[in-house]
Design a protein. Sequence first.
Length: 171
Amino acid sequence: MSEPGGGLRGRVRQLAREVAKFGAVGGAGVFVNLGVFNVVRSTTEIPVVRASIIATLVAICFNYVGFRYFTYRDRDRSGRTRELTLFLAFSGAGLVIEHGILYAATYGFGWNTPLQNNVFKFLGIGIATLFRFWSYRTWVFRALPVQQAESLLERRRAGAGPEPVPDRAAR
């Protein structure tokens, strides 16, 4: 008999939980992004794409905290500088995807009403989110080795809290 949560069914369930958590943080980040975007657009004379970049940068900061401490809290924590560097690099690539779409719609096709700006910003966020999900889970928030992840899960169930982060010198 297989272990509970093992096999294909367990992996699918785990991926579904990860997608749900990513979606919760990302959904809140979309509200932050669109909220800041619309406040900046309605209260300043900053051009559309620049206002959108400001909003995305605020959302990136918000999302990092949510991903690190909610979605991927059980992932490797030993290389925070590496993690943050990769997070910012992949977030920057997502920013280019998101704003390339908004830029093309606004300046390439002349679709520049507030409704059109929001539609194309939202579309850009959606496409960039697919890229971010893949890159964050693959490169930024690395999964712990199975033995270490099981140990962490057992400690949490016992109420002992997370294991201390191993010293880099001990590796």
